[in-house]
Design a protein around this ligand. Structure first.
Ligand code: FES
Length: 110
């Protein structure tokens, strides 16, 4: 079991429990976070953008170039931003903390 804390754009903390191998995006959606994940993990949108707590950011496997390119287009992007569809939960990520960007509702620009 992998525990993740989501921090909503209103600052509420929402605890969720996922399984190893599960996508962070899926867990976030199950926990009621407003992440659209429009492209279902194809790295063709940025509606799954989350901001990882700095302590945790360095512990994640690095983003690939495609992910970086997509993040450049995301609203409210920060140094520790990631696409949640590219993060698979592992035992090492137990306790992970990520914030949902305030702009996540209007990121869609197609
Ligand atoms: Fe589209 Fe993650 S769901 S990039």
């Amino acid at each position: 079991m992998v525990r993740v804390t989501f921090i909503t754009d209103k600052g509420e903390r929402v605890e969720a429990q996922g399984e190893e191998g599960q996508q962070l995006l899926e867990l976030a959606q199950n926990a009621g976070m407003p992440l659209e994940g429009t492209c279902e993990g194809q790295m063709a949108c940025s509606t799954c953008h989350v901001i990882v707590a700095p302590d945790w950011f360095d512990r994640l496997p690095e983003a690939c170039d495609d992910e970086e390119d997509m993040l450049d287009l995301a609203a409210g992007v920060t140094r520790t931003s990631r696409l949640s569809c590219q993060i698979d939960l592992t035992a090492q990520l137990d306790g992970l903390e990520v914030r949902i960007p305030a702009e996540s509702n209007d990121m869609q620009r197609e």
